[in-house]
Write a protein that binds this ligand. Structure first.
Ligand SMILES: *Cc1c(COP(=O)(O)O)cnc(C)c1O
Length: 371
């Protein structure tokens, strides 16, 4: 079986470093907010070419806390995308915000021209939460221009986009804050949950540290209604000692596999959605588009060849039952392209432990399929 993610192979590669991380934390006698988290935050900030990283319990919390730090209060409108992990929207709703959805473009990411129109039409939109989907980078120059023109506070959802760049710009560099996730399937994954907030602003970083620790500004002094959302020492040690030293290599491997797929996949019944302009992608996922009526048959074909494929994501977020009673809005552009994209998308395995012969099996299976 060719898995979408192969954690057993990853363990064979990382176990020595992971066990050393476990030992180091055990011997330190310190499990929450200690040296491992501090050191990991320093290394992570350097990796993102920013000044501050704040470890939190998940990517979801990283987004919600960023919204809170930037002053999102109940009823504030937050523009975002209908295609993402549900967590992106969940963070807005949990912070009391009202999600406003704009449609996607051919890449499956939020259409920045449509987003611009939505901001123009609705001056009540105060926040913009774009998602760098599939490991692609949205056009940061465009987002930066929107930030200047409309005065919206931008939080970049970078959960799928560690080490991706927009032209030469690192992600997270134009938004006021950025959020990422260490969920095990992410490009930099922990052995459990974790996330981080990235920012160049010292005050925001300080506020995020307060929010993650019950809103404590000093020991037993609570200045805000906060969260229990601390990255723990064990996950920080695993990420720092087993993950970070391999991240560059993992990313190169993902890029190599993507290039092979791009070069060799040729099937007139399928399309590979284009990356946004200027994206130097880190290829968290490799999406393909199948005519919606043939998607089940294509998934069954891959399964029959022993290939574990995924769907990211089969349902547009505004259509999820959880939002049925919630306050949200859809911009004038609608979300029809997003709905069609969701019915069409299939993700191929692209994890860094795929070997060349498995990549060949995937290419052959894709190319030999006919509707
Ligand atoms: C995974 C993911 C999240 C949520 O991260 P968790 O750590 O699972 O809470 C948010 N946004 C995107 C785009 C994601 O892929």
């Amino acid at each position: 079986m060719i898995l979408l993610n192969d954690f057993a192979r990853q363990w064979r590669d990382t176990s020595e470093d992971a066990c050393a991380a476990f030992t180091a934390v055990g011997e330190s006698g310190w499990y929450i907010l200690g040296n491992e988290v501090r050191q990991f935050e320093r290394e992570l900030a350097a990796l993102w070419q920013t000044d501050h990283a704040v470890g939190v319990a998940s990517g979801l919390d990283a987004i919600e806390i960023s919204l809170r730090v930037l002053g999102c209060t109940p009823g504030d409108r937050v523009l975002t995308t209908p295609i993402s992990a549900f967590a992106t929207t969940l963070a807005i709703v949990k912070a009391g915000g009202v999600p406003v959805f704009a449609d996607v473009d051919a890449s499956g990411s939020i259409d920045l021209d449509g987003a611009r129109e939505a901001m123009h039409a609705d001056p009540r939109i105060k926040f913009f939460l774009p998602v760098h989907l599939y490991g692609h980078a949205l056009d940061l120059e465009k987002i930066s221009a929107m930030q200047r023109e409309f005065g919206v506070a931008v939080i970049e959802d970078c959960a799928q986009a560690v080490l991706a760049r927009s032209r030469e710009m690192p992600l997270g560099s134009i938004g006021r804050m950025a959020a990422t996730s260490f969920y095990p399937t992410k490009n930099l994954g922990a052995m459990g949950d974790g996330g981080a907030i990235l920012t160049g602003n010292e005050e925001y970083a300080k506020a995020a540290r307060m929010f993650r620790d019950y809103g404590q500004s000093a020991k037993y002094r609570h200045s805000a209604i906060g969260y229990n959302s601390r990255l723990d020492e064990l996950q920080a040690a695993l990420l720092r000692r087993a993950g970070l030293p391999r991240l560059e290599r993992w990313t190169e491997r993902r890029r190599k596999i993507a290039q092979t797929y791009l070069d060799r996949i040729a099937n007139p019944a399928l399309r590979i959605p284009p990356a946004p302009a200027g994206s130097h992608s880190c290829w968290h996922l490799f999406p393909l588009l199948v005519p919606p009526e043939h998607k089940p048959a294509f998934l069954a074909h891959l399964k029959g060849r022993g290939i574990g494929a995924g769907e990211h994501y089969p349902v547009a977020i505004p259509d999820q039952p959880a939002l049925a009673g919630a306050a949200f809005d859809i911009a004038a552009c609608g979300i029809e392209r997003a709905r069609i994209f969701c019915c069409s998308e299939v993700s191929l395995p692209i994890h860094p432990y795929l070997n060349d012969s498995e990549i060949g099996v995937v290419v052959d299976a894709v190319n030999s399929w006919a509707p």
